[in-house]
Design a protein around this ligand. Structure first.
Ligand code: BMA
Length: 364
């Protein structure tokens, strides 16, 4: 059984005060962590897809939709993905739609619907740049993280951004008012330098402080009990277990560890990168007692029709991976090349069906 850090402290206090056994963590996040661990012990790997119910290669959810049944994954193999990824980017600006044009109301309702179907939702966050006014990819200043930490000129402003993200995450509830557990994966791919929180844009101490501030605000101050915290560097820059852990914010505030690793035409290079990242992540996860996942992957345009069973599956099958999530299938006419998940008109669909039918691979 996996215990949330907060539950470990509570359990320890309970033990020293009344000598009783440690209680299991019955918060929504604790229950989700237990479920993730059981499924890893059963040798299963869940398949995940970003924005699966929001749009696909050739469709977008109708604004007045009341149910979430359209899905490129479902259209390809007759099952929904077990893990549904979404991104909070834009919540900090009070936008009605996120950075990829998904209405936040539909995001919330589809996360609840997915939970009620037995699925798991994970959120990343591409917030805008609080110092320059640009987007997440605006790396024109290396003072952004410094500016939002306590004492920085943008600290107050950034705390309102965190409060909007917390409002949203704390509003994902069933009709009975039950909080839905989700995997929250902030400040991802920080080992690269393409986001304002990236490697060359802040110091190790600043990056860790950003994580701690995010966690303290959401968990201690706002009391959110539905977040499983996930740490995910970019695979490309990680050569050793030390690299992997250099900016790790700490066992007390992280529940799962993973990485983002993309494929390009050089399939052997991808195989080598996945092996390297999986070996390192597994060593780190074992040492720190954490669960592991492939938090983002995929081959843009899936230019190899047997990619699913001949490249992705062999890469992951021997590792205790909780889930593997492929990125989004953009629907805009000018982004038709930007898809990572299956869709029925694509020539990798038969291979995807075979992948989805493998014993080890779990869909809904
Ligand atoms: C990137 C691309 C962008 C998108 C962003 C956030 O990898 O898919 O088009 O806006 O993720 O989802």
């Amino acid at each position: 059984m996996t215990l949330k850090p907060i539950a470990i402290i509570a359990g320890f206090l309970a033990m020293i005060s009344c000598g009783g056994p440690q209680e299991s963590d019955q918060t929504p996040a604790g229950v989700l962590l237990d479920r993730l661990e059981t499924q890893i012990n059963d040798g299963k790997i869940m398949f995940g897809h970003q924005d699966d119910y929001m749009y696909g290669h050739s469709w977008r959810l109708a604004p007045d939709a009341t149910e979430y049944i359209l899905s490129d994954t479902y259209a390809s193999c007759g099952q929904y993905p077990a893990v549904y990824g979404m991104d909070l980017g834009g919540i900090e600006m009070d936008w009605e739609k996120n950075l990829d044009s998904n209405p936040f109301d539909h995001m919330r309702a589809s996360a609840v619907a997915h939970h009620e179907r037995g699925g798991i939702t994970t959120f990343s966050w591409h917030p805008r740049n609080p110092l320059t006014g640009g987007d997440s990819w605006d790396v024109s200043s290396d003072q952004v993280v410094a500016s939002i930490l306590p004492g920085g000129e943008k600290h107050e402003c950034f705390m309102t951004w965190l409060s909007k993200a917390a409002d949203f995450l704390g509003s994902i509830k069933t009709a009975d008012g039950e909080l839905v557990p989700v995997i929250f994966r902030p400040w991802h791919e920080h080992t690269g330098s393409w986001f304002w929180w990236g490697q060359r844009l802040c110091t190790t101490e600043q990056y860790k402080a950003l994580w701690q501030m995010t966690y303290d605000y959401m968990v201690q101050e706002r009391g959110l009990t539905n977040l499983v915290w996930s740490y995910s560097p970019g695979a490309g820059e990680i050569k050793t277990v030390e690299d992997y852990g250099e900016r790790y914010p700490g066992d007390e505030i992280v529940d799962m560890v993973g990485f983002d690793c993309y494929c390009n035409a050089d399939l052997d290079r991808y195989r080598a990168s996945m092996k390297n990242a999986l070996d390192i992540t597994k060593a780190f996860a074992d040492k720190h007692g954490k669960l592991m996942a492939v938090t983002e992957t995929g081959y843009e345009g899936i230019k190899d029709p047997t990619w699913w069973t001949q490249v992705l599956y062999p890469a992951i099958k021997d590792y205790p991976v909780s889930y593997v999530l492929v990125w989004r299938n953009a629907c805009e006419p000018h982004m038709q090349h930007h898809f990572y998940g299956p869709h029925p008109e694509h020539d990798s669909v038969e291979d995807f069906k075979a992948f989805a039918a493998l014993d080890k691979i779990m869909l809904l």
